[in-house]
Design a binder for this molecule. Sequence first.
Ligand code: NAD
Ligand code: IPM
Ligand code: MG
Length: 352
Amino acid sequence: MKIAVLPGDGIGPEVTAEAVAVLESLALPGLTLFSGDVGGAAYHRHGVPLPDETLEVARVADAILFGAVGDPACDALERHLRPEQAILGLRKHLGLFANLRPARVFAGLEHLSPLRTDIAGGLDLLIVRELTGDVYFGAKGQRVTDDGEREGWDAMSYAEHEVRRIAHVAFRAAAVSGQPLTSVDKANVLETSQLWRDVVIEVAAEYPGVTLDHMYVDNAAMQVVSHPDRFGVVLTGNLFGDILSDLASAAVGSIGLLPSASLGERQTAHGTYGLYEPIHGSAPDIAGQGKANPMATILSAAMMLRHSFGREDDAVRIEAAVARTLADGILGGDLGGSHGTAAIGAAVRERL
Ligand SMILES: NC(=O)c1ccc[n+]([C@@H]2O[C@H](COP(=O)([O-])OP(=O)(O)OC[C@H]3O[C@@H](n4cnc5c(N)ncnc54)[C@H](O)[C@@H]3O)[C@@H](O)[C@H]2O)c1
Ligand SMILES: CC(C)[C@H](C(=O)O)[C@@H](O)C(=O)O
Ligand SMILES: [Mg+2]
């Protein structure tokens, strides 16, 4: 079990340390951890946010545990040198087009949600976010128009094959879980979304057992907080999925609770090759203070054991330990408590 640990910036190293400690406490056979520099940390040391050595470390591993990247000191750099290019580059270079972001209110933990408890109780959804296309990876730039005005532009596009392969991931997830599938787009305005919707309808013909509906993204944002029980699997593009997943995390209670798996087609001897990271960023406002909630990263490690190593029992064990820790009132500042990163990590390990 070869795992590349890429801690990154800000709270990234703090939260990955706790997830690594959880993995180490499980006595996993042949567990081998190696690390690499990414993000601002890599820029400061190597002059680039994603050094070739790091990409190589990621490639030879069976799975990657990623913390977060982002450093305000780097925000004025040319875009290709900014820390965020590390995670975008890893996703693209490694072909990790399918991003799974589960958001669920554990039974008995409805009080952690800012939603009314009867509404929060219905929140159990899986966002399937396309991760290597869309406006994120289109041509972009700034120019001066004929009128002498500055203009910024970003091209949004999806090729048919990109929509088709992520749609299959979402339909398979819906078929296995028996949940309905909602495809979220903006087909009333965007041609990219019209093609998205047309292709999703074509793919649906191969999954007659799955109930499919389509929703515009603005309506979806509203329904996630007003009627979360309407959603099972949510299929969407890169940009909409980014925004909807932060929204879903707030509805659960905190962005410090939401994990993710980024998968492609590559299989290893153990399972599906993938990158696992919390959905949050480097949180510069609390970095270095031992305040970050490590649960999202710990739950990402659980997803790694499930998808990349076929260890469902260990994954469930970690998820149950996190739920028990929350139920016992061991809460970070993000959830109105006063427990720090190390205390939360230790509490989860005690409950494994
Ligand atoms: N995948 C990634 O590496 C990733 C994801 C999102 C943002 N970013 C980057 O992170 C930097 C900061 O971005 P941002 O402030 O918009 O988003 P952020 O997710 O870092 O933080 C948003 C808010 O949530 C809080 N927060 C986040 N994670 C938390 C945790 N585990 N425990 C407690 N509180 C937590 C922060 O303190 C902050 O108030 C930027 O450079 C951004 O580009 C990186
Ligand atoms: C840091 C940024 C590039 C990234 C994204 O937009 O995908 C982040 O917000 C995320 O959700 O993983
Ligand atoms: Mg995001």
